[in-house]
Design a protein around this ligand. Structure first.
Ligand code: SAM
Length: 426
């Protein structure tokens, strides 16, 4: 295990420790003096430049490490400069090669904007191919959080890959431009309460946290952390450390801005897909998730990963929208399709968790709690209708209110069940 003392060494170690680029013959191009010095000790074939423009003579790289290039705020505010940065990185890399790009940006919005550009940019490759970056993650540098209380110094990890076409969409793009558009996130928070995008807000969240007996030496992974309310609640209430991951850059943008204000170094955030991110085995005491995993297409893979990441006797606590025993209505099926949800029955979850090897597994129907909470939220909508409309719009008011009533209908018809999943690794 390499010890991390500076931000640049943390960056350089991403190549070796996270991306498993272990071949000393790998061709690495580096922007930044300190990162270069560190890479030069590990690899035989390291090229150095002071600027990204200076990389133009390098080709067929296995990785490019561009330290601090995003400190230039004018660069990422200017679409054409940003596009040419991304194009330049892409065309210097081999297929499958990694770009690791870092910088301190102005705010969470800048993080969301950069993530979007990296994720959707496409270019013509050789032999009629379309190339772009597979977005792996954008994360806080832990050295920077711990030493300088800075959540806005971020690193993006990207892999050059071929796409079917220039228009192929990613799931991140779907989330950020559909259910979790910036304006939708604000409206959801208005309904659920500060920091939360799930029913009942902080109070309901505490109900689940209290079952875990968390203490200050422990570490939690929050999957689908949203705008970070639960992560902050855990850090402030129990003093435990929380790593919050979420695939929506709009969500993490808000979480980062709030972390930057509150400055609790127990929390850090990563924009990433839970099915792609890497954590060392046995690195968490708890894996926690509120109303996220029905978004995840492969539940067996998900719980297999959770199992690996948990320490022995580590605990899982999850709430999730699930499929009930009732006959599914067309309306419910369309709702599932529109949001691309992946619903399981409670029995299916039990089978998956037991199959993976969890010792204790309890999957319970907590729909009554959801129904009561939804009803409270409907009351709030109606009592504070004018405020909601003045902040958002009448159209949004009608859409959300109808959505809330529909969810109560799905529960009554036993199409929708709110499940609480509690499990312990033996
Ligand atoms: N847990 C938060 C809360 O209670 O406030 C947010 C809940 S929100 C209903 C569900 C979250 O799951 C969204 O922020 C969404 O972006 C995230 N999500 C969906 N698919 C994901 C994936 N594959 N990896 C990580 N997060 C994901």
């Amino acid at each position: 295990m390499t010890t991390t003392t500076t931000v640049d060494s943390e960056l350089a170690n991403i190549l070796y420790d996270r991306l498993h680029l272990h071949s000393s013959d790998a061709h690495i191009a580096v922007v930044g003096d300190e990162a270069f010095a560190i890479c030069d000790k590990k690899y035989h074939n390291v090229s150095h430049s002071d600027t990204v423009g200076g990389l133009s003579s390098y080709e067929h790289c296995d990785a490019i490490l561009a330290a601090n290039v995003l400190n230039d705020h004018d660069l990422y505010k200017d679409n054409s400069r940003l596009n040419s940065l991304i194009r330049s990185l892409l065309h210097r890399l081999l297929d499958g090669g990694f770009a690791v790009v870092s910088g301190t940006v102005e705010d969470g919005q800048a993080v969301a904007r950069l993530t979007h550009f990296f994720d959707v940019f496409r270019s013509d490759g050789e032999h009629d191919t379309t190339i772009g970056f597979e977005f792996i993650e954008a994360r806080n540098l832990s050295t920077e959080v711990q030493q300088h209380q800075n959540w806005l110094r971020m690193v993006w990890v990207l892999r050059r890959t071929q796409f079917e076409s220039h228009h192929e969409k990613t799931f991140r793009d779907f989330l950020d431009n559909h259910q979790y558009k910036g304006s939708c996130v604000d409206a959801y928070e208005w309904i659920f309460g500060p920091g939360f995008i799930s029913p009942g807000g902080a109070k309901e969240n505490l109900h689940y946290l209290e079952k875990l007996q968390i203490n200050s030496n422990q570490r939690m992974l929050d999957i689908g952390v949203g705008i970070g309310g639960s992560a902050m609640q855990v850090a402030q209430t129990y003093g435990a450390e929380v790593v919050g991951i979420d695939l929506s850059s709009n969500m993490i943008a808000v979480a980062l801005d709030r972390a930057q204000k509150v400055k609790n170094t127990k929390v850090s955030f990563v924009i990433t897909d839970v099915l792609k991110v890497e954590f060392a085995a046995a690195s968490f005491d708890f894996v926690y998730s509120r109303d996220c995993i029905h978004h995840i297409p492969d539940s067996k893979k998900l719980f297999g990963r959770i199992y690996q990441w948990l320490k022995p006797h580590g605990k899982v606590m999850i709430t999730v929208y699930s499929q009930g025993p009732g006959v599914l209505s067309e309306k419910f099926k369309n709702y599932v399709k529109e949001f691309q949800y992946n619903f399981h029955t409670l029995q299916e979850y039990t089978t998956i968790l037991k199959g993976i090897g969890f010792g204790v597994v309890a999957v319970d129907d907590v729909s009554d709690r959801l129904k009561a909470t939804l009803q409270n939220e409907i009351d709030k909508f109606e009592q504070q209708k004018d405020e909601f409309i003045s902040k958002f719009s009448e159209e949004k008011y009608n859409v959300e209110l109808t959505g809330w009533h529909s969810k109560i209908g799905y529960i009554n018809e036993k199409n929708l069940v709110w499940a609480q999943i509690y499990a312990v690794k033996s």
